[in-house]
Design a protein around this ligand. Sequence first.
Ligand code: UTP
Length: 234
Amino acid sequence: MRLPQVIALGGSLLRPEESENRKIWFGKLRQLAVHIEGNSRKLGIVVGGGLPAREGIDLAKNLVSDPDRLDEVGIAATRLNATIIQQILLDIGCNVAPEIPHTTESAGQYFLDYNIVVMGGTTPGHTTDAVAVSLARDCNASDCIIATNVSHIYDKDPRNFTDAKPYFEMTIDDLIKLCGTDRLAPGQSAVVDPIAVSIAAKNQINIAVLDGRDVDLIEHALDGKEFEGTLVRS
Ligand code: UTP
């Protein structure tokens, strides 16, 4: 069996603002799944919580003091989004695991019988980036793709700084210096979750960060071709 490949699909990719392009994007994602299956490859897709996670966490925030409880709200949203992707792929006959696994270990087991495994979050304390890197580790994959809604990792936030510079390649130590190692607050955004970076560093997993709004970029990275984005070498 070929080793599964793993991508994290940021929940922001499912946002309502993107709805005009949604049909095309889902269509291309389906084509990608068919391409992977057609080449007897396996793919783990870890889906983020996006808007339902932010909304759910905001609703509960003033009433819940334990951050782990707010994280549980976020995890529920990631599983909702994962179910949407899972059902869309099942509907065209892809060989997708029928359950949304709650651990990366059980996701790894599903690869024995299925080509595609879709999951969301696992436990409090990290985001789905960390789940994706953990799944890559458990599948002995050397790389993990993080598909988000920015084109690269930047030296500063490009939304606030017009002179922000993209990295095309960097080392994992550079990324640790850039993003630190602290746990993010429930619902807090970062280009890459520091916990995911620590797991990648510990297990020598390379991370590719790219703009998942363009499914071709995901396909290039999965096919091992040169891709537009940031390659973080571990
Ligand atoms: P996401 O994985 O969606 O966060 O988790 P993100 O990467 O910042 O955002 P996307 O990918 O653009 O959507 C949403 C929230 O769910 C909780 C955390 O509170 C996180 O902020 N979460 C998620 C967990 O606690 N554990 C998990 O395994 C996953």
